[in-house]
Design a protein around this ligand. Structure first.
Ligand code: IMP
Ligand code: MG
Length: 181
């Protein structure tokens, strides 16, 4: 299938099927369940909107007691990072003394998460770890390390399973890569 991206025809092809995503999400959940001791307060901090679908599937497989909070960051326009990151609204108040698991859709330049980690520095939480469904290691521009990574991928733009192109395609049940047609 081809789609028009700002006047350029892009080819869309499936990178991960919903089956492959489901299997990997289960594996990540098993790792997280093994790492977090029951009884310690865990806050799953969902980075909206991209991580919405990933987080919804992940938390249903977590057996440790947890709360769900969310933050919204803005950094992207089209398929290019704008380089600046903003927090839309405020960080949740309830992070003090808690273990935070940041759940993100994708790490590209790393700037969004770097910014969020900086903001979390002042939240007096107990620990912070990152779970990201996708990672683009070749695109990192700042030092960032995710403890749980679903899939490492190349630098091409991807859509689906929460990931958008200017607000669209988040509802695709699979992840597709866009390449020049
Ligand atoms: P970063 O700050 O460059 O790491 O970008 C992080 C954010 O940009 C992610 O949370 C996504 O919302 C968005 N993003 C980065 N790469 C892609 C992509 O390939 N498809 C869709 N969104 C992306
Ligand atoms: Mg996004």
């Amino acid at each position: 299938m081809e789609i028009d991206v700002g006047g350029t025809q892009m080819r869309m092809h499936t990178l991960f099927t919903s089956e492959q995503i489901r299997t990997r999400v289960t594996e990540l959940a098993q790792l997280i369940n093994a790492d977090y001791a029951a009884g310690e307060p865990l806050v799953v901090l969902v980075v909206l909107h991209g991580a919405l679908l990933f987080a919804a599937d992940l938390v249903r497989e977590l057996s440790v007691p947890l709360e769900i909070e969310s933050v919204r960051l803005k950094s992207y326009q089209g398929t290019q990072s704008t380089g600046t990151v903003e927090l839309v609204g405020k960080l949740p108040y309830s992070l003090i003394g808690k273990n935070i698991l940041v759940v993100e859709d994708i790490i590209d330049t790393g700037r969004s998460l770097k910014f969020l980690l900086g903001a979390l520095d002042q939240s007096r939480c107990k620990s912070v770890r990152i779970a990201t469904l996708l990672d683009k290691p070749e695109s990192h521009e700042v030092e960032i390390e995710a403890k749980y990574v679903g899939f490492s991928i190349g630098p091409n733009f991807v859509i689906g399973y929460g990931l958008d192109l200017d607000g669209r395609y988040r509802n695709l049940p699979y992840i597709a890569e866009l390449t020049k047609a």
